[in-house]
Design a protein around this ligand. Structure first.
Ligand code: MG
Length: 264
């Protein structure tokens, strides 16, 4: 903003008293919003304070579930999940854990989700006799039923790195291998931005994901290139809205527990 000057005041104002002129100068100075020099430091600081909106309060107990989370499995029942063809989730449920029923198919949430923060814990079988690579403790967390974060026993178990645990399957190799031995519980914390499609069904913006494996950053805001395919290239051919979270049956008795999600 241009600083006003009193050297070129209109003629009538040159007749005002000295006191009035001083008052006018004060008004002119305060009207000069870009000038910080006339303000006290605390007044300058206030200019960059933002007071709205106030974030809602969320209770976040240590090691617990945030108060605004949707609990998908806490050991009590599988009611938040269903079979691939609908109906009750066909997996085993014992105590705090649910376990893949090999050959019964994957399970998906009854509720659909878009952008989420997802927490879950998983455990691959101890009995690894004669199994290696992709055959050892394979499952998967599919965001919106399409984009897989690989679950695999990747503890001392070589496979293609873009298909090991915590990979975005065949798209992004994890930054490090934070795997624990088979039989131990491990955690994923997943921060997911869903893809956007326009009215014509064309991709507007790709999906992005950040993943912590056992608390270690392994995927850092990586772009998901489309559906995670075993064979062929990823694609965004099918426009979609919110969709379930899906857990894979890949013929291994992988267990899950403590699953919750926050909609973003
Ligand atoms: Mg898998």
């Amino acid at each position: 903003m241009q600083r006003p000057t009193f050297l070129f005041l209109p003629t009538p104002l040159t007749l005002v008293t000295g006191t009035s002129l001083m008052a006018l100068a004060v008004v002119a100075a305060s009207a000069d919003a870009t000038s910080n020099e006339a303000l006290e430091p605390w007044q300058q600081a206030e200019k960059t304070e933002v007071w709205e909106p106030v974030p809602p309060v969320v209770e976040a107990p240590v090691g617990g579930v945030p108060s605004d989370a949707i609990v998908l499995f806490d050991g009590s029942d599988l009611s938040a999940w269903e079979a691939e063809e609908g109906g009750s989730a066909p997996w085993q449920h014992e105590g705090e854990a649910m376990t893949v029923e090999r050959g019964a198919g994957g399970i998906r949430t009854r509720q659909e989700f878009c952008d989420v923060q997802l927490h879950l814990e998983w455990r691959t079988p101890v009995d690894i006799e004669g199994m290696d690579g992709q055959d050892r403790g394979n499952s998967g967390v599919f965001l919106q039923e399409r984009y897989e974060i690989q679950v695999l026993d990747s503890y001392d178990n070589a496979t293609y790195p873009n298909g090991q645990a915590a990979s975005v399957y065949k798209q992004h190799i994890p930054l490090v291998n934070a795997s624990r031995p088979p039989g131990e519980w491990q955690s994923y914390d997943i921060f997911y931005t869903a893809p956007r499609f326009d009215q014509a069904g064309e991709l507007e913006s790709a999906a992005y994901v950040t993943v912590l494996h056992n608390g270690v950053l392994v995927q850092h805001h990586v772009e998901i290139q489309g559906t995670t395919e075993w064979i062929g290239e990823p694609d965004y051919d099918e426009a979609h809205g919110c969709a379930p979270i899906y857990l894979q049956d890949h013929d291994a008795a992988v267990s899950f527990r403590n699953i919750w999600v926050r909609e973003l």
